[in-house]
Design a protein. Structure first.
Length: 96
């Protein structure tokens, strides 16, 4: 049997989209700040720097591939998309 629900176990207020989004960004950034120094320590300075550069190159390549693939989409084919920001501005707008 389950224990009865009390007022203390019930949430008082639901989170908003802004609150949930900022919590997600905070978690990702926090993990990076803690994780990168640990990874450098475990792999060694030179291997860690080399791997960090490799990840940066692969990230750049993947973003460029996304931009190139946008030219094949029928709705995006005629639009001037040169950067990832250009590509992201179409579904999310200038503010998003």
């Amino acid at each position: 049997t389950q224990p009865p629900l009390t007022d203390l176990s019930m949430p008082k207020k639901k989170s908003s989209i802004l609150g949930a989004s900022s919590n997600l960004v905070n978690s990702i950034v926090g993990a990076g700040i803690i994780g990168i120094p640990y990874a450098l320590r475990m792999s060694g300075l030179w291997a860690g720097i080399l791997l960090l550069i490799l990840v940066a190159i692969l990230t750049d390549k993947s973003l460029r591939m996304l931009i190139d693939q946008a030219s094949f989409h029928p709705k995006l084919r005629h639009l001037p998309i040169h950067t990832f920001e250009d590509l992201a501005s179409y579904p999310f707008g200038k503010i998003g």
